[in-house]
Design a protein around this ligand. Structure first.
Ligand SMILES: [Zn+2]
Ligand SMILES: [Zn+2]
Ligand SMILES: [Zn+2]
Ligand SMILES: [Zn+2]
Ligand SMILES: [Zn+2]
Length: 257
């Protein structure tokens, strides 16, 4: 994907934001969700001001003009970009079921809300081996939680592998959030990427493990596990706002061990 290199954004008008790619997770100052890979980062200015700790998802930085969005799952809706959720009642995202605390696409007539990254989740994630389709609701149970229905899911073409967007976020994002933002681990900047590698293992194993427990047959477990892992790596990077990020490769190589 090709992105513009730098911009001014209304949410941080004092400094230029520059495109930046890193596998170190960040907290988006627009939607308040975690991201990885591509981002727009404060670069400070030449007048002596240093860079702030300010990052935006690409989808939070590149708001369409006019700021409206149509989504194939909600054909009657017209979503309006808002810098903060409307009203005082806590709101949640219809795609991932997490709180909406910042930037949001909101439909005034039915009250639906979508995080910018959720609104832009690709309808199909594809690689040589795996093709996953975004579904609003599926009748297959999720590999993570075992539930049917619920939030949006990615489902494999064969319909055997299914992951709630919500479950993938819960599984990874909250762990990362604690690790990075709870302990200021991100302060060191780019050097943190090794840490991602070691920390991602337990959380992903947890996800795959629950899938193991559902399947009793031994021969199928291995194959299912590999496939689920492969499927999961795509979902992870897409859910974190950048389907092109190399985290997919990192995750994949860890799972295959
Ligand atoms: Zn964001
Ligand atoms: Zn700044
Ligand atoms: Zn609507
Ligand atoms: Zn969401
Ligand atoms: Zn689930």
């Amino acid at each position: 994907m090709k992105y513009i290199n730098e911009m001014f954004h209304f949410s941080h008008p004092q400094h230029k934001l520059k495109y930046h790619y890193s596998e170190v997770p960040f907290k988006c100052d627009g939607c308040k969700e975690v991201g990885i890979g591509s981002r727009y980062k404060c670069s400070g200015n030449s007048g002596g001001g240093g860079a702030c700790d300010f990052d935006l998802h690409v989808h939070c930085a590149l708001i369409p003009s006019p700021p409206t969005l149509l989504h194939p799952f909600y054909t009657k809706c017209s979503f309006q970009f808002l810098p903060r959720p409307p009203g005082t009642i806590p709101r949640y995202c219809n795609a991932c079921e997490r709180d909406v605390a910042g930037f949001v696409y909101h439909c005034r007539s039915c009250g639906f809300d979508l995080h910018p990254c959720c609104a832009k989740l690709p309808m199909v994630l594809q690689d040589g081996h795996v093709k996953l389709y975004l579904c609003r609701k599926v009748g297959t149970s999720c590999h993570r939680c075992g539930r049917k229905g619920g939030s949006w899911s990615y489902r494999s073409a064969c319909k055997k592998y299914n992951f709630h967007v919500a479950c993938v976020k819960e599984m990874l994002v909250e762990n990362w959030h604690d690790i990075y933002f709870g302990h200021h681990g991100i302060a060191g900047g780019g050097g943190g990427s090794r840490m991602v590698d070691s920390r991602i293992i337990p959380s992903l194993n947890g996800g795959i493990q629950s899938y193991h427990n559902q399947k009793k047959s031994k021969g199928k477990v291995k194959k299912g596990c590999e496939m689920a892992g492969l499927a999961l790596q795509f979902v992870v990077s897409a859910v974190l706002g950048d389907p092109t990020t190399l985290i997919a490769g990192v995750v994949g190589s860890l799972i295959s061990k």
